[in-house]
Design a protein around this ligand. Structure first.
Ligand code: ADP
Ligand code: MG
Length: 698
């Protein structure tokens, strides 16, 4: 048997393969493209394609595909085989540099939000050499960006790469000001912690709601849920352990550094965390991870649910986006340093993030907005929809000392003067791990916790990178022109703390009092739903910032706003239709049947034994009959609300109408059905209950 070290990355055309299969010259030229974004000439591309093909064939691959991330939220691929006819009637396996660099999938069926008129059906995909090609099944997958012929981004990778470039540009300016002449580039890194549920295939198949929408639309609270908290970090069941083992192997072969796995709070809920990597690669890897999680589950007779809220009343699933920025030599710019000089630089980067999160709270909220995540944010388990930051006691004390010109009573009890000579050394504060903060500093990185489990991490990181680039730009503009660097630096940091300390909150983010304080006293935004926040993507300050860094064009922003809202509307309408269908054809008939049978039994017993009144049973039967009536009425009301959507003027209005009427009607229908579930004898109930599903994996 091969050891992990032997098979790790075996399905990846990684640096080891490139180095051994390419000539020194071609390798050097490709490296320059990867590390510095230099353009690649045709000869080099041909040589790389040839080597890549030979490697892929040696692994049994027959096809290649440009692998990309359209705005559907999942990945897309169109397979072409390597075969090409040879004069003797046979075939040869071919793959050119041109095919490596550019592909032309028919783009007309991918969402474009009006960017690509239908006559311009073709988009093109362009190789992203910074993310390694890999083999999935028998196909060589080449990570690519996806654009329209007009050059507009139709995917998530393109703006992500642009945002990384923006951050790189501005961060380098700051580093130069601090005398760093050696850093070649600055990149953000991400380690996404991924939560998910595992249930059996039988349970999944028996629930039309899970099959069509990924979440349960009905379900009374089980008698045992997560009250005991006995699942969190509990012993992993053998079937789950077998799943995790195979999952790890598959991920490791793809060079994905799956590292940590454990049970989560809810029954059947688990988490997988990889070791962090460059944001762009982490994003590709997270997409792949989600795909492989589902594939491996199927092999084990299981289904992996990635929905944010598969079960009401039970913790939902999120994704923690651990984010930091580092130089190419590995210096983490969010790590407090050993010397005062490094600490001044650290504080500046820290302030850049504080300012970014406060100035662009709305963009961060928007970046995680989906119909699914709306069920999670603000429920008592996930961070609220209000964005705030947690820094920990020690950093807080440092910032307070700077703001008020008071001595810092930390380890060394010295006056905080940001001048480079006197700033004391402070320790990393990792003691208080606030779990309720949407955006927490955890020693040398920030953990952004608002992402939903099924979200691509691209969106959050696009906004984060761009917003921080903007803060750094403002700082760099000021510092580059400053006569007294240290004085200006001190003033700027002080000013940032003064202006933006409202975003810092170290208390319990789940507390209702906090939401009141946040919105009423601090003026923070609280966009509870996707329709509430999404239109703000087009607010002038956001458009100005994102376009000025070249992350999005105005057209791209318009199209994204439209696509995200369209996704929201489609998602909820599918849910509404599924509810109508299940209530009409499964739930109401079962409830009626049960009511009728109970009534029949009551009269049968009465006929035999004239003295029996069966009062409770009579009540039950009439309650069930009345619930069945209510269910039919509420089905009608929900159907009417969906039909009413046709009258909405545009997607913003439609999404608001969904929020205000369709979702309310869905809730009302569910309440009646869930009550009926608790009263209907189990043998009548038409599908597995929460108790069945949540404890299905033994
Ligand atoms: P936890 O939040 O469970 O205590 P860790 O602190 O070990 O976990 O890290 C969680 C995630 O953060 C992991 O994916 C880890 O690789 C990632 N991580 C650690 N350091 C960094 C960093 N400097 N930048 C980005 N992610 C990081
Ligand atoms: Mg975490």
């Amino acid at each position: 048997m091969k050891t992990v070290a032997e098979y790790f990355g075996s399905q990846v055309f990684d640096d080891r393969e490139m180095r051994s299969r390419l000539s020194a010259k071609v390798y050097a030229s490709l490296k320059k493209t990867i590390d510095e974004g230099a353009s690649l000439d045709a000869n080099v591309a041909n040589a790389v394609a040839e080597a890549m093909k030979e490697w892929a064939l040696s692994k049994g691959a027959t096809h290649f595909t440009h692998w990309f991330q359209p705005l559907t939220g999942i990945t897309a691929e169109k397979h072409d085989s390597f075969i090409s006819p040879s004069p003797d009637g046979g075939v040869i396996m071919e793959f050119s540099g041109k095919e490596l660099i550019k592909g032309e999938p028919d783009a007309s069926s991918f969402p474009s939000g009006g960017l690509r008129a239908t006559f311009e059906a073709r988009g093109y995909t362009a190789w992203d050499p910074t993310s390694y090609a890999f083999i999935k099944g028998k196909t060589l997958c080449i990570p690519t960006a996806f654009c329209s012929y007009g050059g507009h981004a139709l995917d998530k990778k393109t703006p992500l790469l642009r945002s990384m470039e923006a951050l790189n540009r501005q961060a380098l300016r700051i580093l130069r000001l601090f005398g760093n002449d050696t850093a070649k580039c600055v990149r953000s890194s991400v380690g996404p912690e991924q939560e998910y549920f595992l249930i059996t295939k039988e349970m999944y198949d028996a629930r039309p709601d899970l099959r069509s929408t990924g979440r349960t639309l009905f379900g009374a609270k089980p008698s045992k849920g997560q009250e005991m908290d006995d699942h969190y970090f509990g012993v992993i069941k053998p079937r789950v352990a077998a799943y995790m083992e195979e999952l790890n192997e598959e991920l490791w072969k793809l060079g994905i550094m799956a590292k940590t796995e454990h049970n989560e709070v809810a029954p059947a809920q688990h988490e997988l965390a990889p070791i962090y990597s460059t944001t762009n690669v982490a994003t590709d890897h997270n997409q792949l991870t989600m795909e492989i999680m589902q594939k491996v589950a199927a092999k084990h007779g299981l289904v992996c649910l990635l929905h944010e809220k598969p079960f009401a009343g039970v913790n939902g699933s999120g994704k923690h986006n651990n984010w930091s920025i580092a130089t190419d030599s590995g210096q983490n710019l969010l790590s407090p340093g050993d010397t005062p000089y490094e600490n001044a630089q650290f504080l500046l980067f820290l302030c850049a993030v504080i300012k970014a999160v406060d100035d662009y709270q709305d963009l961060l909220r928007i970046s995680v907005a989906t119909a699914g995540n709306d069920h999670r944010l603000g429920a008592n388990e996930a961070p609220p929809a209000v964005v705030s930051m947690f820094l920990g006691d020690e950093l807080n004390a440092v910032l307070e000392a700077i703001e008020t010109d008071k001595p810092y009573l930390g380890a060394e009890k010295t006056q905080m003067k940001l001048g480079v000579d006197v700033l004391p050394k402070f320790n990393r504060d990792t003691t208080d791990r606030n779990r309720t903060s949407p955006f927490a500093f955890t020693g040398n990185k920030f953990e952004f916790r608002m992402l939903g489990s099924s979200n691509s991490i691209a969106c959050a990181n696009i906004m984060l990178n761009s917003a921080v680039a903007e803060s750094l730009k403002i700082y760099a503009d000021r510092l580059e022109g400053a006569k007294d660097f240290e004085g200006e630096l001190h003033e700027m940091i002080k000013q940032t703390i003064k202006d933006h300390k409202r975003i810092i909150f170290n208390g319990n983010g789940y507390d209702d009092a906090w939401i009141k304080e946040a919105t009423e006293e601090r003026g923070l935004t609280n966009y509870r739903t996707t329709p509430d926040c999404m239109p703000h993507l087009l607010d002038k300050k956001n458009v100005d910032m994102l376009t000025s860094h070249g992350v999005f064009s105005v057209e791209e922003l318009n199209s994204r706003c439209e696509i995200m809202l369209e996704n929201y509307c489609k998602t909820v309408v599918i849910e509404a239709n599924t509810m109508v269908d299940m209530a009409k054809t499964m739930i109401a008939p079962a409830v009626f049947r049960c009511a009728a049978d109970v009534a029949r039994d009551v009269s049968a017993i009465g006929a035999v034994d004239g003295s029996a009144t069966c009062g409770v049973a009579k009540k039950l039967s009439s309650r069930l009959a009345s619930l069945a009536e209510t269910i039919y009425e509420r089905v009608d009301a929900l159907e009417a609300a969906v039909i009413d959507l046709h009258g909405a003027d545009g997607v913003i209005a439609e999404s608001a109408q969904i929020r205000d009427t369709v979702l309310t009607k869905m809730c009302e229908l569910r309440v009646a059905c869930d009550e009926a579930e608790t009263l209907t004898a189990r043998s009548y109930w038409p599908f597995p209950t929460y108790g069945d599903i949540l404890f299905s994996v033994k």
